[in-house]
Design a protein. Structure first.
Length: 284
């Protein structure tokens, strides 16, 4: 579906301002994928699939994320709800992956992102969860601030999150993304095969897709600890913010019509600055 040039220009400036090296437009995205494939062809890369807010609220959400980043001396990032994150893939297969996303989500329709307002914004404290940051050699769960107060350690990408309701269509979009990225074999998503490696004719949206036997259909296991919830991140930091997360405004509910594939390697707080957009898929 065509977008107005005004909407596109607002979205372009908002994403570019994060410093994540995002690219927009078919030509730029194609060049980005080409360069990434040629430079990373000898190793696997990590990618994520995100839902992006619509143009009418995107700039405001970006501004709020940047204000929190500035106030807490941490990094900014594009506003998004993660469908699946940090999946290792062969960069040479990116064209096929993007094609599978495009074919699978075409006609899927708007995906609701509605927030649990009773819970408010919450922090995912990392006290009892192994920290998988590659560059973090500090096993302490707390640190002392200059004034002597102790700040609890957080999961860096769950420092301040708004929990997303598990709407049926939202969960179907999560599972569809997982099927595309986490299939056990190297075959494309197949809508007709009855191969023994898959269970055929699982209806997702208006499409039938193959379900890998390795897919986990327990909704409780689709989302990462410590919150174990689908969420919209408002801040990234290894430690609790300087003020209560309950004071942070919950984003407005929205319907997303774009799935964006991001290069999220390394998947660490320090790696955020090198993240790049690889492809954008309309769900309409």
């Amino acid at each position: 579906m065509a977008k107005s040039s005004n909407d596109e220009s607002h979205r372009t400036s908002a994403i570019t301002s994060t410093g994540t090296g995002c690219t927009r437009g078919d030509k730029d995205a194609s060049e980005s994928k080409k360069n990434l494939t040629s430079s990373c062809s000898t190793k696997m890369i990590k990618i994520s699939a995100w839902l992006i807010p619509p143009p009418d609220i995107f700039p405001k959400l970006q501004e709020e994320i940047e204000q929190l980043a500035t106030a807490n001396q941490t990094t900014s990032f594009p506003p998004h709800v993660t469908l699946v994150g940090g999946v290792e893939v062969d960069p040479a297969k990116m064209p096929t992956i993007l094609m599978n996303f495009q074919e699978s989500f075409q006609g899927f329709g708007p995906i609701p992102c509605k927030f649990n307002r009773e819970r408010g914004v919450v922090a995912g404290y990392d006290d009892d969860v192994e920290d998988d940051d590659d560059d973090d050699d500090d096993d302490d769960v707390c640190r002392k601030c200059e004034d002597g107060d102790v700040r609890r350690k957080c999961k860096w990408n769950q420092t301040a999150v708004a929990v997303v309701h598990r709407d049926d269509k939202f969960i179907r979009s999560v599972k569809l993304s997982r099927r595309i990225l986490l299939t056990r074999n190297d075959n494309d998503i197949d809508t007709t095969s009855t191969s023994s490696t898959c269970t055929p004719n699982v209806v997702v949206g208006e499409k039938k897709v193959m379900t890998p036997h390795t897919e986990n259909h327990d909704d409780e296991l689709l989302f990462k600890p410590p919150t174990n919830e689908p969420h919209f991140s408002l801040a990234y930091s290894k430690f609790a913010l300087d003020h209560s997360v309950q004071d942070i405004n919950i984003p407005p509910d929205f319907d997303s019509t774009e799935v964006v594939i991001f290069y999220t390697d390394p998947s660490t707080l320090e790696g955020v600055a090198s993240w790049k957009e690889l492809g954008r898929i309309s769900t309409l």
